[in-house]
Design a protein around this ligand. Structure first.
Ligand code: V47
Length: 394
C-alpha cells in the first residue's frame, strides 16, 4: 500500500533500468520531461500532470512512459483468464442514458433467466474448463436478494472450483436497499452463498455533473466508492472501471482516477482497473461519436501512469477490439480479460467484436505483441492446464 509521494518502493535492478530509461527517453512535448523524471523516480503524479498526459500531442512518449512502468511491474508477463460472462437479467429500473442493454419491466425485449437456465448457461458454449463466472445484470424491480443467493449457491454446487466474481457496487447497493439490509449484511449473505470478488462496473465517471446526465438513476460516485470500501474492508477484492468517451472532459477523468487511487491507498482492495470506451449505438446518446484508437490507447497509458497503486491495467478486448487491445499491451496494459464466451452489454451497444475467444487466440495476440501469456485465475494465481481441468498455483 502506498502513501506520500513515492509510487512504489523501487528495487535496485529497477533503479538501474530507470537510469537507463532516463537516458533514452525523448519527448517533443517539453512538459513531459519533469513527468518522466518523476515516473523514473517512482514518484506519484498529481492532478496537473494527469491533465498534461491527456492533453499532450506526444502520445507515443506518454505510452513509452506507461510501458516503462508496466515492464517495471510485470516485465513481459501478460495475463488472461478463461471466464464466462452471465447476465441473468436485462430488466432494469435505472434507464441510464449510457446503456443499450437495460430494458424496462414489461418491454418485449426484456429477459430474466430462470435459475435452471442460468446454471445451464454457465455450463454451455466452451470446451475448456472456465475458472471464473463474471455475473452482472440489470437492477430488476422484483427479483429479491434470495434469487441471486440461490443463483450463486446453485453455481457453486455445480461448479465448486469456479471463482464467482459477481455484482457491481451498484447492484449490491440496490439489493441492500431493496432487502432493507446494510451493505455489510448484504455482502455477508453474498459471501455465504459463494460470491468471492466483485467486477468493476457501475463506476462510470464519478463527476456529479456528468453522472446526472449519463446515469442519473444510479448511486452517486461517493456511494460507489463507499460500497467498494466496505467490500474491501470485509476482505473482498474488486476491480474498478471508468467509462470514457462520452460527455466527460479530461478533468473529470483525472478526478475519477485520483478518487480510485485514494481509496486504494486506504484499502488495497482493487486488483485491476479497466477503462471502458463508450459505445453509443442504441443508446439515447447515439449522436456521440465512437472513441478513436489513439484515445483508447492514451486512456490505457494515462491509467497506468496515474494509478500507481493498482497492480493491473486491463485492455478489455471485447470493448477495444482485439487489435487495439493487443497494441495496448505495449502502452501500459498487462491484462486482456478472458474468453468471455457470450457478451451482451457491448454488443447491444453496437460492438462488432466476436462474442468470445479461445485460449489459443488470446495467447496468439499476446505472443505476437512480444509478451509472455500467463493464464491466471481471478485473483491472479497462475493456472496450469491438464487435459480438461486446471490447477491453480497458490
Ligand atoms: O458498468 C454499459 C459499461 C459496464 C455501455 O471487472 C458501457 O473484470 C460502453 O464493468 N458503452 C459493465 N460501456 C462491464 C464491466 C466490466 C467489463 C469487463 C470486465 C470487468 C471486470 C468489468 O459496462 C457498465 C458500464 O460502465 N457500459 N453500457 C455502453 N453503451
Amino acid at each position: 500500500m502506498q502513501t506520500g509521494t513515492t509510487a512504489s518502493p523501487i528495487p535496485e535492478a529497477a533503479q538501474a533500468s530507470a537510469i537507463r530509461a532516463a537516458h533514452v527517453f525523448r519527448a517533443y512535448d517539453p512538459r513531459l520531461e519533469p513527468i518522466a523524471a518523476k515516473v523514473f523516480a517512482g514518484e506519484r503524479l498529481g492532478f496537473d500532470e494527469g491533465m498534461i498526459l491527456y492533453g499532450s500531442p506526444d502520445v507515443l512518449a506518454v505510452g513509452w512512459l506507461a510501458n516503462f512502468v508496466r515492464e517495471r511491474m510485470h516485465g513481459d508477463v501478460t495475463y488472461f483468464n478463461v471466464n464466462r460472462h452471465i447476465n441473468p437479467t436485462n430488466v432494469c429500473v435505472a434507464a441510464c442514458r449510457l446503456c443499450a442493454f437495460g430494458r424496462k419491466k414489461g418491454d418485449s425485449a426484456g429477459y430474466t433467466m430462470a435459475l435452471e437456465e442460468a446454471w445451464q448457461t454457465a455450463a454451455s458454449g466452451y470446451s475448456e474448463a472456465v475458472t471464473e463466472f463474471h455475473i452482472v445484470g440489470g437492477l430488476h424491480p422484483d427479483l429479491p436478494l434470495e434469487f441471486f443467493l440461490d443463483l450463486v449457491r446453485g453455481l457453486k454446487e455445480r461448479f465448486p472450483k469456479v471463482h464467482i466474481k459477481a455484482f457491481t457496487m451498484v447492484e449490491i447497493a440496490f439489493l441492500a436497499r431493496r432487502s432493507k439490509l446494510t451493505i455489510e449484511q448484504t455482502l455477508q449473505k453474498l459471501r455465504e452463498a459463494g460470491v468471492e470478488s466483485m467486477p468493476g462496473g457501475g463506476a462510470e465517471i464519478f463527476s456529479a455533473r456528468v453522472r446526472s446526465i449519463i446515469c442519473d438513476h444510479k448511486i452517486d460516485g461517493e456511494e460507489w466508492l463507499e460500497t467498494a470500501r466496505l467490500a474491501h474492508k470485509m476482505g473482498f477484492k474488486s476491480n474498478a472501471t471508468m467509462l470514457y468517451g462520452h460527455i466527460e472532459n479530461d478533468a473529470d477523468r483525472v478526478d475519477h482516477l485520483m478518487k480510485l487511487r485514494a481509496l486504494q491507498d486506504d484499502t488495497g482492495g482493487f486488483q485491476t482497473f479497466i477503462p471502458l470506451a463508450f459505445h453509443p449505438e442504441n443508446t439515447p446518446l447515439d449522436h456521440l461519436p465512437v472513441t478513436t484508437g489513439l484515445t483508447d490507447i492514451r486512456q490505457i497509458a494515462v491509467s497506468r501512469l496515474m494509478l500507481d497503486n493498482f497492480p493491473h491495467i486491463k485492455a478489455y478486448w471485447q470493448m477495444l477490439t482485439p487489435k487495439i487491445a493487443q497494441i495496448a499491451l505495449r502502452f501500459g496494459a498487462d491484462d486482456l480479460d478472458g474468453t468471455v464466451i457470450e457478451e451482451k452489454i457491448y454488443h447491444d451497444a453496437g460492438a462488432t467484436t466476436p462474442q468470445g475467444m479461445t485460449r489459443k487466440e488470446l495467447c496468439r495476440l499476446i505472443t505476437e505483441a512480444g509478451r509472455v501469456p500467463v493464464e491466471r485465475d481471478t485473483l491472479y494465481h497462475a493456472v496450469t492446464r491438464t487435459e480438461d481441468s486446471f490447477v491453480v498455483a497458490v
